[in-house]
Design a protein around this ligand. Structure first.
Ligand code: ADP
Length: 453
């Protein structure tokens, strides 16, 4: 293609040299058409009709609009693209018409902006960007011909303009997104700061609460310990008086009083012991001594201990399960759990009721259920039970004695075994308290639990 171009140029050069004409140096671009036209006309003064038609056809076939005006600004020629761009297709244009008249017959541009020449451009030409009413954009370049006329070439740049507009809009969108992102980042930073402050506050509050809880547990442990010594003396001396070890009490009333003192002393001692146990558990001061062995004998022992109270209410006590059940356990703790749950079951079961210990060995755990046919617990109360001092009845409606520590101590002791205590109950039908103990537990876990305790 390059070679063909060079050959063409050489041919034109040779023709020009032969005819003695100067070779025009400008490219056949926007301003080149007029020069080409006039030069050809001059050079080929006696141009034939065929050649004129050929030239006119070439101008007509141009993809750009083309119009040639003489030095007085009257129309010499124009192509179909020109007529189409400026809405002159249905207008009878005749060479010699003034430019003002031609343009007044067509569609007026909505906007026409002169484009600044690039620095250093010496060509005598002007460029415009013209917006037509149908939304099309034209780039029009006008150059002077040697005779003082004007050649005007227009290119449709609508697609270019639309792309440029799209790019501007995308840039705008991008700028908005970047600013949104910056804002979000600032907001995130702010929230992070708030979170840091909150977590600091939370940590301080938690430390304070833990310190307060620790102080409370220490206080309860100390006070309980201090109360137990005189209380043991009260229980011991009232027992001596009851049995008349140093001679009979003559007055019957005194005998009754000493029995009441003895019973109340025992009750108080139980309450104090519960408080002490709970404080020790909360302070993490409970030492469990795990052993591996049969737990059924613990159930027998507990059932024997509560038979007396159960008999006073004609409550049927029983055990359902294997004759021997082996697991790792702390004997004292398991006895305390069983006794607490049995005492509750008997306490909240009316006369003639049933209280049963059901034990079973499942694959990886052992389940002990203390079930009764008692008064049951309302659904909305179950979740709060097991926390220290929580009871269904409040101190004004209370019809049963108790501190609200039995379930909490039992639950904590079960958890210290790595197990779980759950309560199921139906009002007026009865309650089931289940303790699940893991039977597959490695020594490492147990040592950890003992250390934590
Ligand atoms: P206490 O029995 O000393 O009040 P617990 O912690 O052992 O304390 O029990 C807390 C509360 O749970 C009891 O006051 C009672 O309202 C309810 N509760 C516990 N066991 C039973 C049960 N078997 N049947 C009905 N209510 C029960």
């Amino acid at each position: 293609m390059v070679r063909a171009k060079i050959a063409r140029r050489l041919a034109v050069k040779r023709t020009a040299e032969r005819s003695g004409d100067k070779l025009f140096r400008d490219k056949l671009a926007i301003g080149g058409w007029s020069r080409l036209y006039t030069q050809l006309k001059t050079r080929l003064g006696n141009i034939t009709k065929v050649e004129t038609d050929r030239l006119a056809n070439a101008v007509e076939a141009l993809p750009d609009s083309f119009a040639l005006w003489d030095s007085k600004n009257n129309l010499i020629t124009c192509n179909a693209r020109f007529r189409e761009f400026f809405g002159l297709l249905n207008v009878g244009l005749v060479p010699g018409m003034s430019r003002r008249l031609v343009m007044s017959m067509g569609t007026k541009p909505v906007r026409s902006t002169v484009i600044k020449k690039p620095i250093g451009q010496i060509l005598d030409s002007t460029s415009f960007e013209v917006l037509m009413s149908d939304g099309r954009w034209l780039h029009v370049n006008e150059s002077k011909t040697r005779e003082g006329g004007t050649v005007s070439v227009g290119t449709d740049i609508t697609a270019l303009k639309k792309n440029a507009q799209k790019i501007i809009e995308n840039e705008k969108q991008l700028r908005v997104s970047v600013s949104d992102l910056r804002e979000s980042r600032r907001e995130l930073e702010r929230q992070k700061q708030i979170l840091v402050e909150l977590s600091e506050k939370y940590s301080n509050e938690r430390n304070r609460a833990e310190a307060a809880n620790h102080a409370k547990s220490e206080f309860l442990a100390n006070i309980s310990h201090e109360l137990r010594t005189p209380l043991n003396a009260v229980i011991g001396f009232s027992e001596i008086m009851q049995h008349g070890l140093f001679g009979n009490m003559t007055e019957q009333k005194y005998a009754e009083y000493s029995r009441d003192i003895h019973e109340s002393g025992h009750f108080l001692l139980e309450v104090i012991n519960d408080i002490l146990d709970m404080s020790r558990i909360e302070a993490g001061k409970v030492d469990l001594n795990f052993e591996h062995g049969d737990i059924c004998e613990i159930f027998d022992e507990c059932l024997r201990l509560v038979t007396g109270i159960a008999d006073t209410k004609n409550i049927n006590l029983s055990y359902k399960g294997p004759a021997e059940l082996s697991c790792r356990h702390d004997r004292r703790a398991l006895k305390q759990i069983t006794l607490n749950l049995l005492s509750n079951a008997i306490k909240f079961t009316p006369e003639q009721g049933y209280v049963t210990i059901v034990a079973s060995q499942k694959q990886e755990h052992l389940q002990i259920v203390i079930k009764d046919t008692g008064i049951g617990i309302p659904d909305d109360e179950i979740c709060k039970l097991g926390r220290p001092f929580e009871q269904v009845e409040n101190q004004f409606t209370k019809s049963h004695s108790g501190t609200g520590l039995g379930l909490a101590i039992s639950r904590s002791l079960v958890e210290l075994h790595g197990g779980k205590l759950t309560i199921n109950s139906q009002l007026d039908l009865g309650t089931k308290v289940s303790c699940i103990f893991p039977t597959v537990e490695d020594d490492h876990d147990l040592t950890n639990k003992q250390n934590a305790a």
